[in-house]
Design a protein around this ligand. Structure first.
Ligand SMILES: Cc1cc2nc3c(=O)[nH]c(=O)nc-3n(C[C@H](O)[C@H](O)[C@H](O)COP(=O)(O)OP(=O)(O)OC[C@H]3O[C@@H](n4cnc5c(N)ncnc54)[C@H](O)[C@@H]3O)c2cc1C
Length: 452
């Protein structure tokens, strides 16, 4: 059986892995437009002022313990050895007295309702972060009972459970970063699903996995190597223009042989373009790809001289500090990581940007970075190596106005026989994440029934 996979992002690599496990005799060709695999989790060579080259992630990525399929994939490809597990801490330290109390307080009258559910988790509660997640989970449980699904989070949390302080200090940053959708418009049921995934296996699920270098060398490259050892053929710099009706692929002006099955392992907006050029009729799936809503992510990388970091970097040895800071009404997540080559990398992330405000968001991010560096380290941004990455259409948005589930996720069918789809927007209920992308690859592979 001859199979073509279009796209060597993490979803494309996942289908390749799953298919090669099922049947060693499949002939699998992967076509990738770029010079290397990885797609949105690839890396670039950054030439620093001191002329050294640093391999830097395209954007700051987070992998949590709840990403079981991704972690399993790393394990199968002998890549888990490059990763370490850290406990995950929300930066609650700047909260004082009443503020902290309020953040952690449960409404007692509701406690009886979920006492039974709470008990198994009590023993794991060691930090305010975990207790807060539990409060979050059980609030969702209550909200569901009250049939509030389909409403925006803002509406619910303002009116039912959480104070403004809590919303501002936790919800906005958490929701915007986990769903890449602005807080005001995020869908509750999707968030509820996400939190369920996160707390299934507390505390493991809430731990954070950090690669010793960039994601490309610690995840993508080892997976690609494993696939090549299993006979999978990679064609880089091979942008697929169209698929012919006889299932040949047009690439670099040439036509391939016919394939039995083809997987579009690309995000919906790219699948829609290939679809149109191929002259296929509009199906309900291709209509969806054209109309999915996206959001952008801004990510600034800054190299901090080690002397500037001082004691802050030591914290990383034990736990991973996720530090959301509010500035001009937006949340910026600031992360400092010491890399194996001794570079102290700071990333400032602004998620959930839309096209209308992107320019303004960029200006604000520069201003925030400048002020933050001045305040924390008395150093000027212009004296440090820094780079702003604009990840346009970083992921789809999970907004509450898209009531019908199939208006958000594409699933793995395309409406045309033997052509399938995957990517981080194909797995129902999963916000666009690495885990969602890996799962979509696995689901898509299940469409091939002819296993020996
Ligand atoms: C800045 C940023 C930060 C993020 N942070 C996180 C995070 O913290 N945690 C998390 O879980 N997720 C995060 N994500 C999301 C995560 O990166 C994606 O969900 C995941 O990488 C998607 O993988 P994919 O294979 O579905 O798509 P892609 O990575 O987009 O892969 C598609 C591949 O197809 C190739 N391609 C496109 N067109 C063609 C063509 N015509 N022919 C051949 N090949 C083609 C592309 O070059 C690409 O390699 C982030 C994303 C961004 C952009």
């Amino acid at each position: 059986m001859k199979i073509a996979i279009i796209g060597a992002g993490i979803s494309g690599l996942s289908i390749a892995k799953r298919l090669s496990e099922k049947n060693k005799d499949f002939v699998i060709d992967v076509y990738e437009a770029a010079a290397k695999s990885g797609g949105r989790i690839s890396s670039f060579d950054w030439r620093l002022q001191n002329k050294s080259i640093f391999s830097c992630d395209n954007g700051q990525h987070f992998t949590i313990g709840a990403y079981t399929d991704f972690i399993d994939l790393l394990n199968k490809c002998d890549a888990l050895k490059y990763w370490s597990r850290h406990s995950f801490e929300w930066n609650l330290q700047r909260l004082q007295g009443d503020e902290l109390q309020e953040l952690l307080r449960f409404k007692i009258k509701y406690l009886a309702l979920f006492k039974k559910k709470l008990v198994p988790y009590i023993k794991f509660i060691k930090s305010p972060t975990k207790l807060f997640f539990l409060k979050f989970y059980f609030s969702l449980f209550l909200l569901k009972k009250k049939h509030f699904n389909g409403h925006s989070l803002n509406h619910l949390y303002k009116n039912v459970f959480f104070s403004n302080t809590t919303i501002n200090l936790f919800w906005k940053a958490f929701v915007e970063n986990s769903m890449n959708t602005e807080f005001e418009n995020s869908d509750l049921s999707i968030l509820s699903f996400l939190v369920n995934e996160c707390i299934k296996d507390i505390p493991n699920s809430l731990e954070i996995l950090i690669p010793e270098a960039d994601y490309y060398s610690c995840a993508i490259k080892p997976i690609e190597r494993n696939l090549q050892q299993n006979g999978i053929n990679f064609h880089f710099n091979s942008l697929v223009e169209r698929i012919h009706p006889d299932k040949k692929i047009k690439c670099r002006g040439m036509l391939s042989h016919s394939y039995d099955s083809i997987f579009l392992a690309v995000p919906g907006h790219i699948a829609a373009k290939i679809w149109k050029k191929s002259g296929y009729p509009t199906t309900k799936e291709s209509f969806l790809w054209e109309n999915q809503k996206y959001r952008h992510i801004l990510n600034m990388w800054i190299v901090l001289p080690s002397v500037q970091v001082g004691n802050n970097s030591n914290k990383k040895e034990k736990s991973f500090l996720w530090n959301p800071v509010e500035f001009k009404g937006s949340f910026y997540v600031v992360v400092i990581q010491k890399k194996t080559n001794q570079l102290n990398m700071m990333s400032i992330i602004r998620s959930a940007c839309n096209s209308m405000t992107l320019g303004k968001e960029e200006e604000n991010l520069y201003e925030f970075a400048q002020k933050f560096l001045n305040k924390q380290y008395s150093v000027d941004l212009k004296h440090l190596d820094h780079k702003l990455i604009r990840a346009k259409r970083a992921t789809i948005a999970c907004t509450h106005d898209q009531r019908n589930r199939s208006a958000i996720w594409s699933g793995t069918r395309t409406g045309i026989k033997d052509i399938y789809k995957c990517s981080d927007e194909a797995s129902f209920n999963y916000p666009s994440t690495i885990e969602g992308a890996v799962k979509s690859g696995y689901f898509a592979a299940e469409n091939i029934k002819r296993f020996d």
